[in-house]
Design a protein around this ligand. Structure first.
Ligand SMILES: [Zn+2]
Length: 266
């Protein structure tokens, strides 16, 4: 069966969220001269109902651009094409990118990639080195890394998204020095928990707590800060999960405020 359709995708970013300081501006999908963000909620590919999808993807790439999706492939083959193959079922299909510079290094049996909007060799090398270290650490703890690449992609607005085999971080977030030992290993670890062993949200989201434990907590534990981390977790629970705001872990879906974060993550 062949489906042919066309349309313009350009939903402007939402207003910054007020209530929760870690909230990001959102769009269901945008194709713009500054970059592209397409996700399941964009409905940019045929949707046949809920369930996981395996895919292979072939698209035009503007000159000087890179387009990144899940799995294995190329973000720009030098002849104006990007190709990606999921290598297995996924929750949804992402396509992100824009005018980007590509940096690459082997990371054990997989490939580390960094895509930046401005040249910054030092920053790229730090992330590539960290990519190799974390993937090796988790390979020893859990098992083989499930994808042929892990990419850090610089977004054109501030985000902290983790997708299967890549993470989409905002320009400011990427350059915070603490990210490389906090959010970054967290997003890499999600490739085992949540982005290859998927969450059945109807029965609760188990993957955030496990990922926080084996990333955020483990990073602190390795630096001798495990006890302080656990204490601050208990403090958050005491401070934010007050009467009537507590709920069972099985009812956690995603964090949307300090109370849900204290229950579902730490
Ligand atoms: Zn997470």
């Amino acid at each position: 069966m062949t489906v042919t359709y066309r349309g313009r995708i350009h939903e402007p970013l939402s207003d910054p969220k007020e209530e929760y300081t870690r909230g990001f501006r959102e769009t269901s999908g945008i194709i713009d001269p500054v970059g592209v963000f397409l996700a399941g909620a964009t409905f940019w590919y045929p949707y046949f109902g809920s369930g996981l999808v395996a895919f292979s993807l072939d698209t035009n790439v503007p000159e000087q651009w890179h387009l990144i999706s899940q799995g294995d492939g190329t973000s720009n083959d030098g002849n104006g094409r990007a190709r990606w193959s999921s290598g297995g079922p996924m929750d949804e299909i992402y396509l992100v990118g824009g005018p980007l510079l590509r940096y690459r290094a082997a990371a054990g049996a997989t490939t580390g990639l960094v895509y930046l909007r401005q040249p910054d060799d030092g920053l790229a090398q730090r992330y590539l080195q960290a990519t190799g270290q974390y993937i090796e650490m988790y390979r020893q703890l859990i098992g083989p890394y499930p994808y042929g690449k892990f990419a850090l992609v610089e977004n054109f607005w501030e985000t902290g998204y983790g997708m299967p085999s890549f993470t989409l971080l905002g320009p400011t977030i990427i350059r915070f020095p603490f990210i490389i030992t906090s959010s970054y290993p967290h997003e890499i670890l999600h490739n085992w928990w949540g982005n290859s062993v998927f969450v059945d949200y109807a029965s609760g989201n188990w993957c955030e707590g496990l990922t926080a434990y084996l990333a955020d907590h483990l990073m602190q534990e390795q630096r001798g800060g495990g006890a302080a981390f656990r204490q601050s977790s208990l403090q958050r629970f005491r401070d934010f999960v007050r009467e009537g705001r507590d709920f069972p872990l099985a009812e956690f879906r995603s964090r949307h405020d300090a109370a849900t974060e204290a229950v579902g993550l730490r």
